[in-house]
Ligand binder design. Structure first.
Ligand code: SAM
Length: 336
C-alpha cells in the first residue's frame, strides 16, 4: 500500500502506449477481456469503449485501484478489479466467473504514476526510499542491494540491465554497504555513477541500466512474464486474442520467443536438431512482426519510444507444456 502520496502524480498520470494500435489489431473487440496491467486503466477503458462486454483489470499495485475510484464505478459490473499478479491470470479470471477469455492485454513495466512518486523508489532522479516494489509484498530493492552476495548482484546487473560494468558496480555496492546501509535511491545512483564515465550529451543517465536491472529482479518481472504468457494460453478461448506491449529488448525477446514457439508447427526437425513431436500451433501471429509506435505517438508520448506490440490469436489446440530453454532466460543464482 502506497499510503498518502507525498508527491502527487502528474495531472495526466499515464498516457496509454500503443492503445490505438492494439484496438486496430484486435478489432472487433467483443466478449470478456482481461487487462493484466491495469495501471491508470487506459487499456481497460479503451477496451470497454471499443465494445468489450466486460474487462477484468488486474494490478499488483493497490494504488492503481485507488486512483481509479473516481471513474471505475461508472462501468458497473462491466469492470471487475482484482489486486494480484498476472502470472495467475487464469485463476483470477476463473474466480471472477470467466474461465474462458476473449482477450488478454499486458502492458509491461512500471506506470508513470509509480515512477513519479519518489516514495516508491523507482527513480534515480528523485530521492526516495530504495523500494521499487510494484506491489506491497516481498523483499525491496533496499533488501536486495544490502543483502545479496556480490556475485548475484553482478549477475542481476549484467543479465537484467545489460550493464557491462556489472562487476565493478557490484563491488562498489558491497564496499559502500559495509560503511553504511544503502537505503535511498540517490545514494545508490551516486555509487553507480562513480563507477561509470560521465555520460556524453544525449546519453542516458549512468544509473539507468542498474535501476532497470534491480527493478526487474525485485519484481521478478521475467518470471511473471513467462508465467503470464502461459496463463493467457490456458485461459484464452479458441479465437481469443493476446496483445503484449514490451519496453526493452530483454522483455520483447521473451514475448517473441514464446509466441514463435507456440506459433510454430514443431515436427520435422532439421539436419542438426532432432525432430520434435508433431504439434499444432497454439497461436497464430497477427501480424507476424512486432508493431512499433509511429512518429506522431512518440512525439505525443516519448515513453512510447521503445515500445513494441505483439499480437496473436489463440487456436483450439490445448495449451502446450511449460517452456524451458526456448526462451533463453538467464539462469541466476539464488538472490536472497
Ligand atoms: C505500464 S503500466 C500499465 C498502464 C495501463 N496499460 C494504462 O494504460 O493505464 C503497468 C502496470 O502494471 C502493473 N504490473 C506490472 N507487472 C505486473 C504483474 N506481474 N502483475 C500485475 N500487475 C503488474 C504495474 O503495477 C503497473 O501499474
Amino acid at each position: 500500500m502506497a499510503g498518502p502520496a507525498s508527491d502527487t502524480p502528474a495531472a495526466e498520470p499515464h498516457i496509454p502506449v500503443l492503445l490505438e494500435a492494439i484496438l486496430k489489431a484486435v478489432a472487433p473487440v467483443q466478449g470478456v477481456w482481461l487487462d493484466g496491467t491495469f495501471g491508470a486503466g487506459g487499456y481497460s477503458r479503451g477496451l470497454l469503449a471499443a465494445g468489450a462486454a466486460r474487462v477484468i483489470g488486474i494490478d499488483r499495485d493497490p494504488l492503481a485501484f485507488e486512483m481509479a475510484t473516481p471513474w471505475a464505478g461508472a462501468f458497473g459490473d462491466r469492470l471487475i478489479l482484482v489486486e494480484g499478479t498476472f502470472s495467475d491470470l487464469d485463476r483470477h479470471a476463473a474466480e471472477a466467473g470467466y474461465p474462458q477469455l476473449d482477450g488478454v492485454v499486458l502492458d509491461l513495466g512500471v506506470s508513470s504514476m509509480q515512477l513519479d512518486l519518489s516514495e516508491r523508489g523507482f527513480s534515480f532522479m528523485r530521492d526516495g526510499p530504495l523500494d521499487m516494489r510494484m506491489g506491497r509484498v516481498g523483499p525491496s530493492a533496499e533488501d536486495l542491494v544490502n543483502d545479496a552476495p556480490e556475485g548475484a548482484l553482478a549477475d542481476i546487473l549484467f543479465h537484467y540491465g545489460e550493464e557491462r560494468a556489472s562487476r565493478r558496480i557490484a563491488k562498489a555496492i558491497v564496499k559502500a554497504r559495509t560503511e553504511e546501509r544503502i537505503s535511498s535511491t540517490l545514494h545508490l545512483a551516486k555509487i553507480v555513477e562513480k563507477c561509470l564515465p560521465r555520460p556524453k550529451p544525449g546519453q542516458s543517465h549512468p544509473a539507468t541500466r542498474s535501476f532497470q536491472a534491480i527493478r526487474i529482479a525485485v519484481n521478478d518481472e521475467f518470471g511473471q512474464l513467462v508465467e503470464g504468457l502461459m496463463a493467457a494460453e490456458r485461459a484464452l478461448a479458441p479465437g481469443g486474442q493476446l496483445a503484449v506491449v514490451t519496453f526493452h529488448s530483454l522483455e520483447d525477446r521473451i514475448a517473441k520467443r514464446f509466441l514463435q514457439d507456440r506459433a510454430s508447427f514443431g515436427g520435422g526437425g532439421s539436419r542438426y536438431a532432432p525432430a520434435e513431436a508433431e504439434r499444432e500451433p497454439g497461436f497464430i501471429l497477427t501480424p507476424r512482426r512486432a508493431i512499433a509506435p509511429d512518429a506522431d505517438e512518440i512525439k505525443r508520448n516519448p515513453r512510447a519510444r521503445s515500445a513494441k506490440l505483439r499480437v496473436a490469436r489463440r487456436t483450439d489446440t490445448p495449451a502446450a507444456a511449460p517452456l524451458a530453454d526456448v526462451l533463453g532466460l538467464p539462469r541466476l543464482s539464488e538472490i536472497l
